[in-house]
Design a protein around this ligand. Structure first.
Ligand SMILES: NC(=O)c1ccc[n+]([C@@H]2O[C@H](COP(=O)([O-])OP(=O)(O)OC[C@H]3O[C@@H](n4cnc5c(N)ncnc54)[C@H](OP(=O)(O)O)[C@@H]3O)[C@@H](O)[C@H]2O)c1
Length: 284
C-alpha cells in the first residue's frame, strides 16, 4: 500500500467520493489523486474509461459512481443498469488489464429484508427492487477480480448530503417506523478503506454498526440532539406508496469487517451521528 502512487476516484461529485478523497489525501499524501466527476469520467462509456485509465494509470480505483435514485431506477432502468452494472464491468476489465485494484460499493438492498438476524456476506442475496438488482450485478463484475473489494453500505449521510437538515425547517416530518438499519457517516466508511487494504483484505464485506434502529428512531435522535420543535410522525413504508420496495430488516453483520480490521466492534450508530450533528450545528 505504501508504494501506491496513483489513485482514481470515480463519481467525484457524489457524497461518498468526497470523504474517500479526503481519506486518501490524508493516508497517501505523496500519491497523485484523480477525483473525476461524471463529466470527466462516465464509467458507462468505454471510451471515457479507456482515456481516464490511460491518463491516470491508477493502481487503485475507488468506484463511488452509481445511479443512486432507488425509486427512479424502477422506470429509468437503462440508466441504472449502465451505471451500476455495465459501468462496473468496464472498470473491472480496465483494472484487470492494468493490474489495478477496484474498490467498489454496494447496498444493503441486495437483501429482501425478511430476515430477523443480521445478514452476513455468506447469505444469499435477493434484491428487493430494480436498483438492487443492478447493484448486485455490479458486485459480480467487481468480484471477478481476485484482488478487488466490495463493501456493502447503507443509509448514508455526510457533509455532501445531509438528511437531517429538513428537520430544522419543517413543522411536521414523517419518518418510517418499519425499516431497520444503521445510519452510516460516509466519513467513517472512508476511514476504514485504506487500513482494510493495508491488511490485505479482498472480497465482499459489510459495513455496519453494532446496533440498529428504525428511521423514526434515527430522526428522533437527531431531533433531540438539536433540540428541535418539529413534530415527528412515525409512518408505515406502505403508506408512502414508493415506486421501489424497501427491505424491512436491513441489518448487516459487521463481524467479518471487524475481524479484518482487528476491531472488537464498530460501536453504536449513535456515536458518529451524534458527532456529525454536533459538527453540523456548529457550522450553522
Ligand atoms: N446513499 C446511500 O444511502 C447509499 C446506500 C447504500 C449504498 N450506497 C452506495 O454507495 C455508493 C456511493 O453513493 P453516494 O450516496 O455517494 O451517491 P451519490 O451522492 O448519488 O453519488 C454518486 C455519483 O455518481 C455519479 N454518477 C452516476 N452515474 C455515473 C456514471 N455513469 N459515470 C460516472 N459517474 C456517475 C453521480 O453523478 P450525477 O449526479 O451526475 O448523476 C454522482 O455524483 C454507491 O455505490 C451507492 O450505490 C449508497
Amino acid at each position: 500500500m505504501d508504494s501506491v502512487s496513483r489513485v482514481l476516484i470515480t463519481g467525484g461529485g457524489g457524497m461518498l467520493a468526497w470523504d474517500v478523497a479526503r481519506a486518501v489525501r490524508e493516508a497517501l499524501p505523496g500519491a497523485t489523486l484523480a477525483v473525476l466527476a461524471r463529466p470527466q469520467l462516465d464509467i458507462a462509456q468505454p471510451d471515457s474509461v479507456r482515456s481516464a485509465f490511460q491518463e491516470v494509470r491508477p493502481q487503485i480505483v475507488f468506484n463511488c459512481a452509481a445511479y443512486t435514485n432507488v425509486d427512479g431506477a424502477e422506470t429509468q432502468r437503462l440508466a441504472a443498469e449502465q451505471a451500476n452494472a455495465e459501468g462496473v464491468g468496464l472498470l473491472a476489465e480496465a483494472c484487470r488489464a492494468s493490474a489495478a485494484r477496484l474498490i467498489h460499493f454496494s447496498t444493503d438492498q441486495v437483501f429482501n429484508g425478511l430476515s430477523s438476524v443480521p445478514y452476513t456476506e455468506e447469505d444469499a442475496a435477493a434484491p428487493c427492487n430494480f436498483y438492487a438488482q443492478t447493484k448486485l450485478a455490479g458486485e459480480a463484475f467487481a468480484l471477478s477480480g481476485p484482488d478487488n473489494l466490495v463493501l456493502r453500505v447503507q443509509w448514508l449521510y455526510g457533509e455532501r448530503k445531509d438528511r437531517f437538515t429538513p428537520l430544522r425547517t419543517k413543522e411536521v416530518f414523517n419518518a418510517f417506523e418499519d425499516q431497520f438499519g444503521s445510519p452510516t457517516w460516509t466519513r467513517e466508511i472512508a476511514a476504514i478503506l485504506l487500513p482494510l487494504l493495508k491488511r490485505g483484505a479482498n472480497g465482499l464485506f459489510h459495513f455496519a454498526y453494532d446496533d440498529y434502529a428504525s428511521w423514526a428512531q434515527v430522526f428522533a435522535f437527531a431531533k433531540e440532539s438539536w433540540n428541535l420543535p418539529v413534530k415527528l410522525v412515525p409512518t408505515a413504508t406502505a403508506a408512502a406508496k414508493l415506486p421501489a420496495a424497501r427491505p424491512r430488516f436491513s441489518v448487516l453483520s459487521n463481524r467479518k469487517l471487524c475481524q479484518a480490521l482487528g476491531f472488537s466492534g464498530m460501536g453504536s450508530w449513535k456515536r458518529p451521528l451524534g458527532e456529525f450533528l454536533k459538527q453540523a450545528q456548529s457550522r450553522t
